[in-house]
Design a protein around this ligand. Structure first.
Ligand SMILES: CCCCC/C=C\C/C=C\C/C=C\C/C=C\CCCC(=O)SCCNC(=O)CCNC(=O)[C@H](O)C(C)(C)COP(=O)(O)OP(=O)(O)OC[C@H]1O[C@@H](n2cnc3c(N)ncnc32)[C@H](O)[C@@H]1OP(=O)(O)O
Ligand SMILES: Cc1cc2nc3c(=O)[nH]c(=O)nc-3n(C[C@H](O)[C@H](O)[C@H](O)COP(=O)(O)OP(=O)(O)OC[C@H]3O[C@@H](n4cnc5c(N)ncnc54)[C@H](O)[C@@H]3O)c2cc1C
Length: 672
């Protein structure tokens, strides 16, 4: 009788325990730093316990893995409503609620209600409108979404075709979808869940267009959820990931809404049809900016989850031989394995500090904007556009590398990595496609560079563009200098300066050669994106260095974070060495030293790798990975996961009787 069972051992896998025993620092201390203090960590733990003591959250994982699209959506609606009810029952603050959403770590069917609908009402509605709709939305008496993108246009907002035509007779707006390409297409939670939508449409008064504005439109009956007259709405179909969300389409046919359903904080239409604006026209883009900032935090969560799975699994998986006399080593011992996974580990901490710094800047600027002071809006727009693109691009790519590093098992849904990559992939597209957002940053950088050239003193993230490049000497004079974080940061800064300078001069030269501006810009788009990427890389490295420098922590924690920071910076220079050489931020000698350092740091990080991911303190249900579980019993958990596979329900699958049996009978009878 075989001894093989799918029961999970109670003890931690000794291979993982061994890793934890040799950590050079206190993991709990680092966890507190990550979550913003001991109280916050404790609160998160309490919330985790409360949520996951409900068996539903475990069952949900099975539906997610094995259910049909419709079952998965239904379970996710259930999950959303459970969380909403718990929020009310326990009177969670906004911060506690955000923590719960982080713990849940995956798309809720009603996600748009809290990620965009409520924030949009908060930012775009007048106080009167807020007291009506925001209150209803926060009490879940209405469920809404943010319907901006159309089949024909997502990026180019000036191209949106949905119209809101003011009728002064009835004091209503008439909402219309004039063409196929004008139908709303993509908004999350639109297809089946929402009964209201914030529809972004072109305002028309007396035949004149006044740009894009937000209109609150009821889509479904509050009695039976049936679609209202003039509204056509549905789900747009299965996607690569995020299939718990009903991204939808919406067609409006002469749907009339009261005048007061236009959100009028930034622009108003008076009863007799007069249009008045307050603040800059881009104030209506405020919700997008918020989510761009949040995507940086999501990118941190994505890459740190991937790193946790990859590192824990690599510490319990043994394969092949290093020392012919010894047993098979943990795959984490292979330098190549470290080279695949440790960049994701270092990136996690880099993005933690960068997203924290960006969030702080956003909050400061938002407070100013609330007071009617918009001066920091352009800087914030460009910083958030660049970092949103940089963090999403790098995190998704890195998690895919980690998935590959887990060999065959990484390809299983039970590993959690494929689902993570597919769920995270849209971060690259949503809230502004990355290339387009990099170009927004590049446009800003070019203007600032031109300002610096004409003697303006710059401040904010681009202040370095007023540097005198002639004074630059590579600050790495010897191999030991390579560990100097400020020196590494200076190298990034100079690379960015030179990349910006080169493209700015090229654009200027092209324009001086009588090329129309749009032709000159398009001819240099690739280099403009390069400049935006170089700038964003510099900002992330700078935030990491400054974040570690400012940390109040024990010496071992500071030491390990400095090592990671050094590795992150050195790795980037090694990976993009062509750019760094071309810009003469480093010479060949420096590059060689930095590459040596990059590889030798792998060995320094190795003993602390497991502890560094343990510090993220992800709950097993949050990670949802047989390979990345805290106890390291990966094989048992993989085998256990097959029990829930509906394919294994019957000893003989019904398809046998339907197809295989008759086929085999026919084959057996055949004389050929
Ligand atoms: C394990 C953890 C798992 C966690 C979960 C994992 C994964 C989750 C994955 C994904 C889910 C992520 C998030 C979920 C939440 C929401 C879902 C997504 C919702 C959406 O997806 S919702 C639609 C978003 N859809 C866009 O995002 C459209 C992008 N397209 C634009 O945004 C514009 O169209 C633009 C900017 C390209 C051109 O706009 P335009 O044509 O009007 O302007 P123009 O080019 O003329 O520029 C004139 C002047 O405005 C300035 N300017 C522009 N924007 C500004 C702003 N915001 N603030 C201040 N200034 C701004 C410029 O800088 C310039 O300034 P200047 O003139 O001084 O140079
Ligand atoms: C999962 C998911 C959820 C979403 N949720 C919502 C939602 O809730 N609400 C909502 O309103 N929308 C939503 N969207 C839509 C999303 O915001 C858009 O898809 C996004 O803004 C990109 O626009 P697009 O699809 O028009 O891309 P496109 O602009 O068509 O991009 C296609 C290509 O064209 C290039 N391109 C376009 N313009 C330029 C340019 N000016 N310069 C250089 N290159 C350019 C891009 O770089 C890209 O390579 C969602 C999308 C997804 C995938």
């Amino acid at each position: 009788m075989s001894e093989i069972t799918s029961s999970i051992p109670l003890q931690i896998n000794p291979d993982l325990q061994e890793e934890r025993d040799k950590a050079s620092f206190n993991v709990t201390e680092l966890t507190h730093i990550i979550y913003g203090g001991i109280e916050k960590t404790k609160k998160r733990k309490r919330l985790e316990k409360l949520l996951f003591s409900d068996p539903f959250f475990q069952e949900y994982q099975n539906v997610r893995a094995f259910g049909s699209r419709s079952e998965y959506y239904a379970a996710s609606v259930k999950k959303s409503t459970k969380i909403f009810k718990l929020r009310r029952q326990h009177k969670w603050t906004d911060e506690e609620y955000e923590t719960v959403l982080d713990i849940c770590h995956d798309d809720l069917a009603l996600t748009l209600h809290h990620t965009m609908f409520i924030p949009a009402l908060e930012r775009l509605a007048t106080e009167d409108q807020k007291s009506k709709w925001l209150t209803l939305a926060k009490q879940y008496k209405i469920i809404g979404t943010y319907a901006q993108t159309e089949l024909g246009h997502g990026t180019y907002l000036q191209g949106l075709e949905t119209t809101a035509t003011y009728d002064p007779q009835t004091r209503e707006f008439v909402m219309n979808t004039p063409t196929l390409s004008a139908m709303k297409w993509w908004p999350g939670s639109l297809g089946k869940s929402s009964n209201h939508a914030l529809v972004l449409a072109t305002l028309i008064i007396s035949g004149k267009k006044y740009g894009m504005h937000p209109f609150l439109v009821q889509l479904r009956s509050m009695d039976d959820h049936k679609v209202l007259p003039g509204v056509r709405v549905g789900d747009i179909g299965a996607k690569m990931g995020g299939n718990s969300v009903d991204n939808g389409y919406l067609i409006l046919d002469n749907v009339r809404i009261p005048r007061n359903n236009m959100l009028m904080k930034n622009a108003q239409v008076s009863p007799d049809g007069k249009f008045v604006t307050r603040g800059p026209s881009k104030a209506n883009y405020a919700t997008m900016m918020l989510i761009r900032v949040q995507i940086c935090t999501m990118a941190y969560q994505v890459v740190s989850s991937g790193a946790t799975i990859g590192i824990r699994y690599s510490a319990v998986r043994r394969q092949s031989k290093l020392d012919p006399q010894d047993r098979e080593p943990k795959i984490l011992e292979y330098q190549t394995q470290q080279y695949k996974i440790f960049p994701g580990l270092a990136m996690s901490y880099a993005f933690l500090f960068a997203s924290r710094s960006l969030t702080r800047k956003y909050e400061e600027a938002f407070a100013e904007i609330q007071r009617g002071d918009f001066k920091s809006l352009p800087e914030l727009h460009c910083l958030s556009s660049g970092l949103k693109s940089f963090c999403s691009e790098h995190s998704v790519r890195q998690v895919e590398i980690i998935r590959q590093s887990c060999g065959g098992h990484g390809y299983l849904n039970a590993a959690g990595l494929g689902m993570l990559v597919n769920a995270a992939a849209p971060m690259i597209t949503v809230e502004g496609e990355n290339t387009v957002m990099y170009l927004q940053l590049a446009r800003y950088i070019l203007k600032r560079f031109a300002g610096a050239m004409s003697g303006q003193q710059l401040d904010g993230s681009t202040s370095y563009l007023s540097m005198d490049p002639a004074t630059y000497v590579c600050p790495v004079m010897s191999e030991t200098d390579c560990r100097n974080l400020t020196a590494l940061c200076d190298i990034y800064r100079y690379r960015s300066y030179m990349t910006v300078c080169r493209v700015a001069r090229q654009v200027q030269h092209d324009m001086e050669s009588d090329m129309p501006q749009h032709v000159a810009i398009n001819k240099n788009l690739v280099d403009l994106v390069r400049a935006a990427k170089a700038h964003s890389y510099y900002i992330v490295v700078k935030d990491f260095v400054e974040g570690v420098d400012a940390l109040v922590a024990s010496a071992p924690v500071i030491k390990v974070l400095r090592t990671l920071c050094c590795f992150y910076a050195a790795h980037g220079i090694a990976e993009y060495s062509g750019d760094f050489l071309e810009s003469e931020a480093v010479g060949l000698h420096q590059l060689k030293w930095i590459k040596n350092l990059q590889v030798s740091l792998l060995g320094e990080i190795r003993p602390d790798a497991v502890a560094l991911v343990d510090a993220f303190d992800y709950h097993d249900i949050t990670l949802s990975s047989a390979l990345g579980c805290y106890d390291g019993n990966a094989y048992e958990r993989l085998f256990k996961s097959t029990e829930n596979d509906p394919m294994n329900k019957e000893e003989v699958h019904p398809s046998y009787y339907q197809y295989l049996k008759p086929f085999m009978e026919e084959m057996n009878k055949s004389k050929l």
